[in-house]
Design a protein around this ligand. Structure first.
Ligand code: HEC
Length: 153
């Protein structure tokens, strides 16, 4: 079968514009990674809150959850490469302000890392009162960033 040149060029053109439109794999992976990680963090944080609400938290279940949040928090900064905002065409709640005011975003991420480490340490030491206040501080860190840098659902 023989195609006229025009068909071949049209097909090439489609491939080229698709490549220009589709987000680079590294960007897609970063968006997927941060969403999956925040989801895990959200679930772990909720479980810790539920334990605290019970009045006598089971530290054996709290410890690995707090450890997981702290480990994930450290990795999050690298999941926000330039170009991974709404302009990527991907489904994301990351606001363009993340890259416009990156210093503030990075600072809030740093606050989260610090607060998550404190939560991990309180859980590891089995200090229930300390766990309660570390939880409140971490919750504040989540909210400060979401209010400013995450769109409503
Ligand atoms: C420095 C900013 C920042 C901090 C701190 C932060 N988040 Fe987020 N979070 C975001 C952004 C931005 C998104 C949207 C990501 C996307 O859609 O690409 C998000 C998304 C989420 C999601 C939705 C994930 C999904 O797609 O299903 C959950 C749940 C979440 N965060 C929980 C938390 C919790 C819990 C904390 C604190 C322990 C926290 N976040 C701290 C910025 C932050």
């Amino acid at each position: 079968m023989k195609f006229p040149y025009s068909t071949a060029f049209a097909a090439l053109g489609m491939v080229a514009s698709y490549a220009a439109y589709a987000a680079a794999p590294a960007v897609t992976n970063a968006v997927k990674a941060r969403q999956a990680s925040y989801k895990e963090i959200g679930g772990a944080f909720k479980s810790i809150n539920d334990e605290l609400k019970s009045g006598s938290p089971d530290m054996n279940s709290v410890k690995p959850l707090a450890r997981d949040i702290a480990a994930r928090a450290v990795l999050l900064p690298k999941y926000f490469p330039k170009g991974s905002g709404p302009e990527s065409g991907l489904k994301t709640r990351a606001k363009p302000e993340i890259w416009k005011d990156n210093a503030t975003f990075v600072k809030l991420q740093g606050d989260m890392i610090t607060a998550a480490r404190a939560l991990d340490m309180a859980a590891a030491s089995g200090n229930v009162a300390g766990l309660g206040s570390a939880r409140t501080a971490l919750g504040g860190a989540c909210k400060s960033c979401h209010d400013r840098f995450r769109t409503e659902q």
